[in-house]
Design a protein around this ligand. Structure first.
Ligand SMILES: *[C@@H]1O[C@H](CO)[C@@H](O)[C@H](O)[C@H]1NC(C)=O
Ligand SMILES: *[C@@H]1O[C@H](CO)[C@@H](O)[C@H](O)[C@H]1NC(C)=O
Ligand SMILES: *[C@@H]1O[C@H](CO)[C@@H](O)[C@H](O)[C@H]1NC(C)=O
Ligand SMILES: *[C@@H]1O[C@H](CO)[C@@H](O)[C@H](O)[C@H]1NC(C)=O
Ligand SMILES: *[C@@H]1O[C@H](CO)[C@@H](O)[C@H](O)[C@H]1NC(C)=O
Ligand SMILES: *[C@@H]1O[C@H](CO)[C@@H](O)[C@H](O)[C@H]1NC(C)=O
Ligand SMILES: [Zn+2]
Length: 327
């Protein structure tokens, strides 16, 4: 147990715990993780298959990302299981709201999962459908001060999950990330991105769909698979070209072979419920639910209040007028 907690370093740094490592195939593949890491056989494991007809609709407070609009220096490393991006800023980005309610989470890193071809690669599935890539942005609870401490608590982490699909055009937002991949093919290599990165470009590609997501409680998808994560899976899909995606498959694993795939198969849902957020519509005359300045990723509220409610009121008013007139 102590060892497996130490092994978590694998997520953060490299080459601790050599020899007791894990892999995505063979005798150290996902179906064997449970032997070395007992916590990988829990009842609330990730990833899962999300059946859209089997989710529970809820309206949660707005999800908020704070401090993602400042350009930040960042660097990427190949840890043998994925490529991970961290920022060098002392003022980290924060996540709160949604299923996290008032709890505040601090950005730690983001990384990717992919597959051997363009037809699989995501970890969570939607209606049994696999996507060619999935990105995880990992945040730890601010109260716990560090990632290592947060991993000891069942509300320790919040993870934003983004699903990708293939587009004919490359996605320019990812160019700076993909450009460094050839330089970090070997495990343990790291390199700074040439240009400052706006985390907001990656984490909130489209503010209009930011409140459309599924959420459930689960685990890390790599050993030791600790059940400490609130997952938030965005319904909107991101685009990457085939070539952009293929660049990830050239990275090397600890054996020096190509890391062609690094997704864990889905795990049983067991007694869990997957929630689907239905964003609350609001208007100036209805502020009971929440303060609309909290919507979105900018502190001064780039959110666009919904126009549906006012239109509804105008329509109702018109109907009433016609009705009164007719009397
Ligand atoms: C949940 O919300 C979705 C989207 O608004 C809707 O299509 C679906 O019918 C709702 N499900 C239930 C059980 O109300
Ligand atoms: C960013 O942080 C990494 C790891 O701590 C360090 O190696 C690198 O020199 C830093 N880069 C800049 C530009 O500060
Ligand atoms: C997903 O696969 C399971 C098992 O094969 C099946 O029961 C379920 O109906 C499928 N879901 C959808 C949405 O096709
Ligand atoms: C998910 O986990 C959090 C933190 O432990 C807890 O507060 C919340 O009630 C859980 N949600 C569900 C739906 O089980
Ligand atoms: C809006 O919120 C304020 C403070 O939260 C409250 O005093 C006020 O009555 C609310 N107005 C409406 C129309 O609900
Ligand atoms: C929000 O802030 C940005 C930059 O700080 C500014 O350019 C923009 O005009 C502001 N928008 C509003 C609606 O205040
Ligand atoms: Zn992941």
């Amino acid at each position: 147990m102590v060892l497996s907690v130490i092994c978590l370093g694998l997520l953060l740094s490299l080459s601790l715990c050599r020899g007791q490592d894990f892999s995505y195939e063979g005798s150290q593949g996902p179906s064997h993780w449970g032997k070395e890491y007992h916590t990988c056989v829990g009842k609330h494991q990730s990833p899962i298959n999300i059946e859209e007809h089997n989710v529970k609709n809820v309206s949660l407070p707005p999800l908020r990302l704070i401090g993602i609009d400042n350009p930040c220096r960042s660097y990427m490393t190949n840890n043998g299981h994925t490529v991970m991006l961290k920022t060098n800023e002392s003022k980290a980005a924060m996540l709160t709201g949604g299923p996290l309610k008032d709890r505040v989470y601090v950005f730690e890193q983001l990384h990717f999962h992919w597959g051997e071809n363009d037809y699989e690669g995501s970890e969570d599935l939607i209606n049994n459908h696999s996507f060619p890539m999935e990105m995880h942005a990992v945040f730890y609870k601010e109260d716990y001060k560090s990632m290592n401490e947060a991993l000891k608590h069942d509300d320790g982490l919040a993870i934003l999950a983004y699903l990708y699909e293939i587009s004919p055009q490359p996605n320019s937002i990812y160019e700076s990330i993909i450009k460094v991949l050839p330089d970090i093919e070997v495990v343990g290599k790291g390199k700074a991105l040439e240009q400052s990165l706006l985390l907001g470009d990656i984490l909130v590609p489209d503010i209009a769909s930011m409140q459309d997501y599924f959420t459930y409680n689960g685990s890390l998808t790599t050993p030791p698979c600790l059940e400490v994560a609130t997952w938030i899976d965005f319904k909107d899909h991101q685009q990457l070209s085939h070539d952009q995606l293929a660049a990830f498959r050239d990275l090397r694993n600890p054996e020096g072979n190509k890391l062609t795939h690094n997704f864990r198969p889905v795990q049983p849902l067991e007694d869990r419920v997957v929630y689907q957020n239905i964003p609350i519509e609001f208007s100036p005359s209805n502020n009971a639910s929440y303060d609309h300045h909290f919507v979105g990723h900018s502190d001064n509220g780039t959110a666009r209040p919904s126009v549906k409610m006012p239109i509804l009121f105008v329509a109702l008013g018109a109907l009433l007028a016609i009705f009164l007139f007719a009397m």
